[in-house]
Ligand binder design. Sequence first.
Ligand code: ATP
Length: 139
Amino acid sequence: MAENIKIEIVTPEKYVVSESAQIVMAPGALGEFGVLAGHTPFLTSLETGKVRYRDAGGNEKLVFVSGGFAEALPDRVTILAESAEPEEDIDYERAKAAYDRAKKRLEERRENLDNARAQAALQRALTRMKIAEDGGSLH
Ligand code: ATP
């Protein structure tokens, strides 16, 4: 059997994931990348999206991540994200409320609107809603 790698997902607030995985997929700045044991080391910034991994028992797990960096080493992937939650911890109603707020701001187009900030909030909310609804169309 192939070797496992360690996956760690950490935010400034909490330790989100620390376990063994068979494979890890993550949303890098240049697109989604996959890491298996023995991977060549690299470092990338992260987009808002989902990290998916297969744990040692073969279960698929999904984690929302936004911002930060991922470092891949031959035996581990470390993700330092601005925010992250496992699929089961996503509060759909909270994400929907954040989506409505961001959408309203973008539609109002007030003069002092921080457009990039509102777009980023909208993207986070949409991604959380998608993961909570259907696992982000994983299957
Ligand atoms: P909100 O406006 O609802 O705070 P946000 O996108 O601005 O959403 P973040 O700054 O990404 O929130 O995250 C702040 C904290 O709240 C983090 O700990 C994050 O994990 C948590 N969080 C945000 N939205 C949700 C959600 N819908 N379900 C569960 N946790 C959430």
